[in-house]
Design a protein around this ligand. Structure first.
Ligand code: PSU
Ligand code: MN
Length: 306
């Protein structure tokens, strides 16, 4: 085994050495969250957004037993077309590495890799959370525990609206995770900017978010922050329109006996079908918006570092 359990791409290593801010990006959204070829277009656009904002993107994935922090374009292209990639969370990453496997990292696994590689800011679409009916299924994403223990600021458009958002917020509060809405009072509703859930915290600038991250570290508090960044209004699908679609997708998942890791990918795919692709356009728009905000935070983090 090499000294570090991960490999930085040459451009991520160069940025790291030069003190250029880096934004981590996940790969489950590529392999399990969106269909090909839109997934590849999205992944490339997200990287371009980060670069345009003056930071270096680091898309994270396990390929043939190596944990890559930063992918070459050809690796991104291959991954986007890989059918059998595993979906890696905290529980699965070591086994995948030890057996030479290939897998995409969820929010939880991406946070772990980012933290190992010295990256403090990460942009995704929406985090995993407490599923509806969790009182029966016990299905609660490992993303929540990860936010409680790994010091990475995660920029998302809220928890995915397929979840039980109230319960997700309760668990995050119990775990001591700051849930910060960016520039508005409500927790963003993923496909819609607003929601019925008031955010526990609100900040209005990237600089305040960066300072809050550094202050948590100074206080010796483990864990990260969840930033709820609303989807741009011209790209949103109103909540009233999405809710019946989500209900239908949930029913279909139950009828088909979908459980465990497959639940989120199934629901996203079903919502895509039921909205005739509109959910995908919204999802891409919100990810790009999150990448732009994460880039600003990463830059502020560098400016404010002791
Ligand atoms: N954001 C998206 N689409 C996705 C995801 C996030 O817009 O597919 C992925 C993330 O990798 C997140 C995962 O960690 O969905 C949640 O999966 P689960 O509910 O099984 O924990
Ligand atoms: Mn789950």
């Amino acid at each position: 085994m090499t000294q570090t359990p991960f490999v930085r791409s040459s451009s991520v290593q160069a940025a790291f050495d030069a003190g250029i801010p880096i934004v981590a990006l996940e790969s489950t959204i590529i392999t399990h969250g969106m269909p090909y070829p839109q997934n590849l277009e999205m992944a490339r656009q997200v990287e371009a957004t980060v670069r345009a904002g003056g930071a270096e993107p680091a898309t994270i994935a396990v390929i043939d037993g190596t944990l890559f922090v930063g992918l070459e374009d050809v690796q991104l292209e291959t991954l986007a077309q890989t059918k059998g990639a595993a979906k890696l969370s905290r529980a699965d990453m070591a086994v995948c590495l030890a057996t030479g496997g290939t897998g995409a990292t969820t929010v939880a696994a991406t946070m772990i890799a980012a933290s190992l590689a010295g990256i403090s800011v990460f942009a995704t679409g929406g985090i995993g959370g407490v599923h509806r009916g969790a009182e029966e299924s016990f299905d609660i994403s490992a993303d929540l525990q990860e936010l409680a223990q790994t010091a990475v600021t995660v920029v998302a458009a809220g928890a995915k609206a397929i979840l039980d958002v109230s319960k997700t917020l309760e668990v995050l509060e119990t775990l001591g995770v700051p849930v910060i809405a960016y520039g508005q009072d409500a927790v963003p509703g993923f496909w819609s900017a607003q929601s019925i859930h008031k955010a526990p915290l609100r900040l209005n600038s990237a600089s305040e978010i960066a300072k809050a991250h550094l202050t948590r570290a100074a206080l010796g508090l483990p864990g990260g922050q969840l930033i709820g960044n609303p989807i741009p209004q011209d790209a949103e699908i109103p909540r009233a329109e999405m809710e019946p679609v989500i209900e239908r997708a949930l029913q279909d998942a139950e009828t088909r006996g979908i459980v465990g890791k497959s639940v989120t990918p199934y629901l996203l795919q079903r919502v895509f079908e039921l909205t005739e692709g509109r959910s995908l356009s919204a999802n891409i728009a919100l990810v790009l918006n999150n990448a732009a905000v994460a880039t600003q935070i990463a830059r502020e983090m560098k400016n404010n570092q002791p």
